[in-house]
Design a binder for this molecule. Structure first.
Ligand code: F6P
Length: 546
């Protein structure tokens, strides 16, 4: 946590936790019929119901104080002012500028970044319009029907998740595919259904050095050149990167290269030209609405008092559970099949940002930091892992996400989806006591001995926390809002933990070692320089591969 000035707040949080340990939510709801009104807030059409948490007014006030004392407002303003808050890389953090859309200048090192942003957006618009209307064609004069985005991490998860979420806005005759893994299976299985004459590749990489992406890009180029000849490659490739020289060296023509800037972190880049495949898939107007939705949430985050500020509320609740109650994981459970990749997207968003153990000053942190984020859409998860959420020994705070309006008229599907979503948070909160179980079994006519044996298995402890995010419809603007909401939540938590949420040094060691191991894997050497486990695995690998 930030420093000693938080000490009083932290001590008070401990007291609140002790007090609330003996007051389950069931009791808190019974005592306060207005609980929903007291503990819900909104940003436009998104309502956050956070009443099913282990809080009361005093605890919530202490949590908001924690955010205030940690300097969340000052740091948020420093981010927007273009200060280099990513201290270990000496960079500003200005993904909010990408979707700002306003008239005021946004400065980095005294330079307004807005003209550059507008120029790239204009190019995305022109290019995506032309691919969609067929005026940009493949080498043989055929219209493009398939766009393959080659990228990984932030250059894949964002656009892939968004394209899936906005499926109702896509066209059946223009499909976006995403290849990220260096596992050749991914590229192979994607290409086997595609016609090179009608396929465009977008190589998306902030650095344009990421090994997986470059390996996949080279394989795609080879596939295309084998089918259509080397001279066709130029007409079938585009690139998105901050490394324009590397795009040129790869052979991608300048008018097909879309730039962005080092103040856009990879996991915040879906708002930049990394969103190009989204703009092609759903059309520029929808992409613009997506940006606008995020800007609505940015404005909410920047101007709403902390007590009513959605990202702040979600952030402090997360800190409450992680640090005071010791809950290690957090589940994101969209009751929205099209958000099936949202948990995976948030894994990078949250875990790459806040999976840190040193403070901004380089000292070991004294509390736990980022939680493990995981999840799957409901209702599928209900028939798989919810058992553990309801009756397991670990308490897992959950976020439920649900739209009021479905995209398709298929009664009674959506009513059932909503009923299930609301039922889960109610069940988690209420639980079922032993008395209730016994009464139910008696009612069903079971004899005393059987009741005695079965009852303990049917008890639900309850008091299990959740948030529900209810939104009107999963349209582009709402999706933009939701993503920005989580981005800011993660930001606030990083400020409270006093860590740098914008670097990712933890991914480097594995990359270095993979590079060092490749010659051992490719040759038949035993890799004597490695540990005995790695040597043993290499030896078996060479023996098995034959
Ligand atoms: O290795 C992690 C990472 O750097 C992520 O932060 C990033 O989103 C991803 O790799 C891809 O990087 P790039 O866009 O430079 O290829």
């Amino acid at each position: 946590m930030a420093d000693a000035k938080n000490k009083t707040t932290l001590d008070s949080l401990k007291k609140h936790r002790k007090r609330l340990t003996d007051r389950p939510m069931r009791q808190l709801f019974a005592e306060n019929p207005d609980r929903f009104r007291s503990f819900s807030a909104n940003c436009g059409d998104i309502i956050l119901d956070y009443s099913k948490n282990r809080i009361d007014t005093e605890a919530m006030a202490a949590l908001i104080d924690l955010a205030r004392h940690a300097g969340v407002e000052a740091r948020r303003d420093a981010m927007w002012a273009g200060e280099p808050i990513n201290v270990t890389e000496g960079r500003s953090v200005l993904h909010m500028a990408l979707r700002y859309g306003g008239e005021e200048p946004v400065l980095v090192d005294g330079q307004d970044v807005m003209p550059g942003i507008r120029e790239v957006l204009e190019r995305i618009k022109t290019f995506s319009d032309q691919v969609r209307d067929g005026s940009i064609k493949g080498h043989t004069g055929e219209q493009f029907t398939d766009i393959v985005n080659i990228g990984i991490g932030g250059s894949d998860l964002g656009p892939a998740m968004v394209t899936l979420a906005l499926e109702p806005y896509t066209r059946a005759d223009l499909r976006a595919h995403y290849v990220s893994n260096v596992d050749g299976a991914s590229m192979h299985d994607t290409l086997k259904r595609l016609d090179p004459k009608r396929t465009m590749f977008i190589v998306a990489s902030k650095t344009f050095t990421t090994d997986e992406t470059m390996t996949n890009a080279n394989s795609a180029r080879q596939w295309l050149a084998e089918a259509l000849g080397d001279e066709a490659v130029n007409d079938h490739f585009a690139a998105v990167s901050t490394n324009l020289e590397a795009c040129d060296a790869f052979g991608i023509r300048a008018d097909r290269v879309f730039g962005f800037w080092d103040w856009v972190g990879g996991r915040y880049s879906v708002w930049s030209a990394i969103g190009l495949p989204v703009a092609i898939a759903v059309g520029y107007e929808n992409f613009a609405m997506f940006l606008k939705g995020a800007a609505t949430m940015d404005n909410h985050f920047r101007t709403t008092p902390l007590e009513k500020n959605l990202p702040v509320i979600m952030a402090v609740l997360g800190v409450w559970y992680r640090n005071e109650w010791g809950f290690a994981t957090h589940a994101v459970l969209p009751y929205d099949q099209r958000l099936s990749r949202f948990p995976a997207y948030l894994q990078q968003q949250d875990m790459e940002s806040n999976g840190k153990s040193v403070t901004l000053e380089g000292k070991q942190v004294e509390t736990e930091t980022g939680p493990i984020i995981w999840g799957e859409p409901g209702t599928n998860g209900q028939h798989a892992f919810y058992q553990l959420i309801h009756q397991g020994t670990s308490v897992i705070p959950c976020d439920f996400l649900i739209a009021a309006q479905p995209q398709e008229s298929m009664p009674p599907h959506h009513d059932k989806l909503v009923a299930n979503c609301f039922a889960q948070s109610e069940a988690l909160m209420l639980g079922k006591t032993k008395d209730e179980v016994v009464a139910e079994l008696k009612e069903a006519g079971m004899d005393k001995a059987d009741i005695k044996a079965l009852a303990p298995h049917k008890v639900f402890p309850g008091n299990r926390p959740s948030n529900t995010l209810l939104y009107r419809k999963l349209d582009p603007a709402t999706l933009g809002q939701l993503i920005a909401l989580y981005e800011h939540k993660v930001f606030v938590q990083g400020v409270i933990w006093n860590i740098n949420s914008f670097d990712q040094w933890g991914v480097e060691l594995g990359k270095q070692l993979a590079k060092a191991l490749l010659p051992n894997v490719q040759g038949a050497t035993n890799g004597a320089e490695h540990d005995s486990s790695t040597q043993g695995l290499l030896a078996y690998y060479h023996q098995m591969k034959g």
